[in-house]
Structure formats: structure tokens, C-alpha cells
Design a protein around this ligand. Structure first.
Ligand code: SAH
Length: 244
């Protein structure tokens, strides 16, 4: 990693209250593997070091705002893609155990290779659709935390994530700016699937200042058996929301 990119990583972490100096080597390896992966496949649109450091690494770590990720230590990352936010979180939170999930086997193959290269023993990737896991007794109500970044509308995320959480568990959804309409649909959808919106944390991405929102949904009761609906339906026909 260039000295400039390292400085941005440390500055971005610092703005989040994190001292990343002992993790620079891991992030440097992650950066290299991502750039190699991006050259081979269209794994991620970001190739520039500055963009990867700020928009993937630091952005993923904003999940740690508000200390929502404690709990029993099992965190599922729904729609992890090339490993975000799971991999940066796993680097800085070795005491938490992460299950990055994605429907695309190629992406999970990359995450698996990368976790091994970084010697992240707290990462267990899984190729699956969230709808399938949500109906699988081995995973339904199996997690204390679900994180997710840039995957679907809030009502769709509520339907996909809440079945996976046990009562008292928490979904932390990383979004850009969120409209009042999407938020309202998310609140109604959360109530329908056994949850309640606990926090809406709007903030600026460190260094770049772009608008971001963490929406935190707590599972407060059981999810009705009929959720999640079958594969593809939660995102195509989100509860209480006309996708545009
Ligand atoms: N979280 C990553 C990737 C976002 S792209 C990041 O922020 O960089 C969205 C990813 O979610 C894609 O890789 C897609 O395959 C996955 N995805 C979408 N719906 C899904 C579902 N229902 N189950 C599992 N993965 C899903």
C-alpha cells in the first residue's frame, strides 16, 4: 500500500475511534488480493487504492459505530460480495466470528481464499441465498448479528435478515442516504417479520464526507413461518414498498 493510502486508512480509522496501526499489514494484503481479483474478474468496481481504502475498508468499519456488534459473537454478512463488510471487520474484531454469505459461488471462492491468505480463522464463508438459510433450521434464528452493505431496500433486508436472528439479535444495515419513504416501509416490514427499528444513524463517511446511514433493527419477537418468501421475492416485491 502506498504511504498515502496507509495514511488515509489510519486517518479514516482514527475518525471512527479505531487505531488501525497494528492492522496495516493485513489491509495491505487484502488490498493486493482485491486488485488481483478485480483484474481477473469483475469482483469489485473499485481499483484505485484510495477508493478501495476509503470506500471498502473504512466504509465497512463504520459498522462499528454505536457498538452494535457485541452480542454472542456470531455475525452473518448478508450479500458479502468480495467480502464487505465482513473481511475488514474480521481483521479488527478477531473475537467475533463472521459468516460471509453470498448467492454467487465465485464471490465466496474469493472470500474463502482471501480469509485463508490473511489467516483469518474467524471467517467461515458460505455460498447460499439468504431466503434459503432463513428457512433452514441450522441457520434460522442462528445468529446474534446480521450486517449487510449495499444489498437491497430496507424492507427487503428486514425480510431476509430477521428470520436469521434470534430474539434480541440485531441487524445493522449499511446504506447511503435513505428516503423517509424507504425508512417507513422498513419500519412496517420490520414489524411484520418480528423486529423494530432501534436506531437510524446518519453520518458522513470519514475523509470523503459522503452521506451514509446505519439502520439498526432489533428482533423483538418470532418471525412468522411464511417469511422469508421464496427466492427473489423479498427484493422484487418488498413488503410495504413499491420498488422504483
Ligand atoms: N456487500 C458487498 C456486495 C454488495 S453487492 C459490498 O458492499 O461490497 C450485493 C451482493 O449481494 C451481490 O454479491 C449478490 O450476489 C448478493 N445478494 C443479493 N441478494 C442476495 C440474497 N438474497 N442472498 C444472498 N446474497 C445475495
Amino acid at each position: 500500500m502506498t504511504p498515502e493510502a496507509t495514511a488515509l486508512l489510519l486517518q479514516g480509522g482514527g475518525e471512527l475511534g479505531l487505531d488501525l496501526s497494528s492492522h496495516v499489514e493485513s489491509f495491505t494484503r487484502l488490498l493486493k488480493l482485491l486488485q488481483q481479483g478485480a483484474a481477473q474478474t469483475n469482483l469489485t468496481a473499485l481499483r484505485d487504492e484510495r477508493d478501495i481504502v476509503l470506500k471498502h475498508f473504512v466504509d465497512s468499519l463504520t459498522c462499528l459505530r454505536g457498538s452494535w456488534l457485541g452480542g454472542d459473537g456470531r455475525v452473518l454478512d448478508l450479500g458479502t460480495g468480495a467480502g464487505f463488510p465482513a473481511l475488514p471487520l474480521a481483521i479488527v474484531q478477531p473475537e467475533l466470528r463472521f459468516t460471509p454469505v453470498d448467492a454467487t459461488a465465485k464471490k465466496i471462492a474469493f472470500v474463502t481464499r482471501t480469509a485463508a491468505a490473511l489467516e483469518l480463522s474467524n471467517v467461515t464463508p458460505l455460498t447460499a441465498r439468504a431466503e434459503t438459510l432463513g428457512r433452514d433450521p441450522a441457520h434460522r434464528e442462528g445468529y446474534g448479528r446480521v450486517v449487510t452493505r449495499a444489498v437491497a431496500s430496507l424492507p427487503a433486508l428486514a425480510e431476509l435478515a430477521l428470520p436469521l436472528l434470534r430474539e434480541g439479535g440485531v441487524l445493522v444495515a449499511q446504506k447511503g442516504p435513505i428516503s423517509p419513504e424507504e425508512l417507513e416501509a422498513g419500519r412496517l416490514a420490520a414489524a411484520e417479520v418480528g423486529g423494530e427499528v432501534r436506531a437510524v444513524d446518519a453520518f458522513a463517511l470519514p475523509v470523503l464526507g459522503e452521506a451514509r446511514t446505519l439502520v439498526v433493527v432489533e428482533k423483538t419477537g418470532p418471525t412468522p413461518e411464511r417469511y422469508p418468501r421464496r427466492e427473489g421475492v423479498p427484493a422484487r416485491k418488498p413488503l410495504f414498498w413499491r420498488a422504483t
